[in-house]
Design a protein around this ligand. Structure first.
Ligand SMILES: *Cc1c(COP(=O)(O)O)cnc(C)c1O
Length: 415
């Protein structure tokens, strides 16, 4: 047992006991990581990834062999016909909006099967009015909330499918709402159900925080298209920016036409020196995600041991890397986030304060001392200051880093 000089002995002893209890959980996570590592490695080998693939050009960015190959590697991993993986896709919200606006035409409707989408999409969809929203372009939406315990409300889904329903949208991770994240098995049930009603509806999945958590992806569950951010799971902590879209070839072509211009599509858009980090980050991603998942279980178990409520619980199978802890006390939320910040590699000397973030009704406190600005596959935590005073924790590129930060945060909280 390593004795950290700045952490209470009682917490170090408790951590050792909890790691013992989590052995089987960790073993299961290792097995998934092993399967995903093989899947990723096989795609690299099949496409003969080589050093020259890391080069990128200038100007239009024609003939960037490595960029095209990377997109084929992604398509193989997601078992899809094609993929778009670009630094020009700036974040997850951008990737989701890009894909939606590429596919939907005026008069079409999106049906949200897993409740309201992630907060950052409210203006994109037009749930909150905004210039440039899909709503402004004549695209409507309907939201079917999930039933208690994250079950799809199949009856409500059936009655909300209309003639103009073009996309059925599923969010795999709970994001920042209080429901369990979805397994690929559950996603498959919803996909099959919608298909049984109408087989021309496009099944669309927001895959943020879900990649490599299971040995399957939503596209293995029958989704037509899935979308995510490279400063989360699939970037492996090395991608400095970017997003991906994987799916049916006709849909990816539309997305590429929307990203650049009809007729140009995937042919242009230089990768600007990002390719090596995209490849190497992807090669590490299965392992990095497994470390983040272990941290989520470890945090849950530690907090349970000290009487707080963790969701998912330490023994639940996790379906995304987010762990939510209810502290029932604003001071504890602040202390937790500060300790996480003070345990970061970057900006450890900074003390975060709650602030009025645009788009949120309550002050939010955030800890993010990441190498990549805003990266949440790196150690990060945030909490809106409202009942029940929940902290959302993600990431940690290595288990040991997350473990230390969590122990330090609990030392502060138990003071
Ligand atoms: C992070 C996230 C997004 C948005 O991604 P950004 O990169 O923050 O724009 C969308 N959906 C879910 C579920 C997410 O976790």
């Amino acid at each position: 047992m390593f004795h950290y000089p700045d952490i209470d002995d009682a917490i170090i002893t408790k951590a050792a006991q909890i790691e013992e209890e989590l052995k089987e959980v960790f073993h299961r996570i290792d097995e998934i990581s092993e399967a995903n590592q093989y899947k990723v490695l096989s795609a690299f080998i099949k496409h003969k990834v080589c050093e020259a693939d890391f080069n990128s050009g200038s100007g239009y960015g024609y003939n960037e062999v490595g960029r095209e190959k990377l997109e084929s590697v992604y398509a193989d991993i997601f078992h899809t016909e094609d993929a778009l993986v670009r630094p020009q896709i700036t974040c997850g919200t951008h990737a989701l909006f890009l894909a939606l606006s590429a596919i939907l035409l005026p008069g079409d409707e999106i049906l949200f099967l897993s409740g309201a989408p992630y907060d950052s999409l409210e203006k994109s969809i037009g749930i909150t009015d905004s210039p440039g929203s899909l709503k402004e372009h004549g695209i409507s939406y309907r939201i079917v909330p999930m039933l208690e315990g994250a079950h799809f409300d199949f009856e409500a889904i059936r009655s909300n499918i209309r003639e103009n329903t073009k996309i059925a949208y599923i969010q795999r991770s709970k994001g920042y709402v209080n429901r369990p994240s979805l397994s690929c098995e559950q996603i498959k049930e919803a996909v099959d159900f919608v298909r049984s009603i109408r087989d021309d509806i496009i099944l669309f999945v927001d895959n943020c925080y879900g990649e490599f958590v299971e040995d399957k992806e939503p596209t293995d569950a029958g989704a037509d298209i899935c979308v995510g951010s490279l400063i989360k799971n699939p970037g492996g902590g090395l991608a400095p920016m970017g997003g991906y879209i994987a799916g049916r070839a006709d849909l990816i072509e539309r997305c590429a036409f929307r990203l650049t211009a009809p007729g140009l599509g995937k042919e242009i858009g230089g990768a600007l020196g990002t390719l090596k980090s995209f490849y190497q980050g992807l090669s590490l991603a299965p392992k990095v995600v497994s470390e983040a998942l272990k941290n989520a279980h470890f945090l849950a178990a530690m907090c349970e041991a000290y009487g707080f409520h963790a969701s998912p619980s330490s023994q639940d199978v996790h379906h995304c890397i987010v762990e939510a802890i209810d502290f029932y006390d604003p001071e504890k939320v602040i202390a937790f986030c500060r300790a996480i910040q003070h345990s970061s590699y970057v900006d450890s000397y900074v003390t975060p304060e709650p602030w009025e973030m645009p788009g949120y009704n309550d002050p939010v406190i955030m800890a993010s001392g990441a190498f990549m600005n805003g990266s949440s596959i790196e150690l990060s935590a945030d909490g809106p200051l409202r009942e029940p005073y929940t902290v959302y924790y993600q990431g940690g590129l290595t288990y040991e880093h997350g473990k230390y930060a969590i122990m330090r945060a609990l030392t502060e909280i138990m003071k």
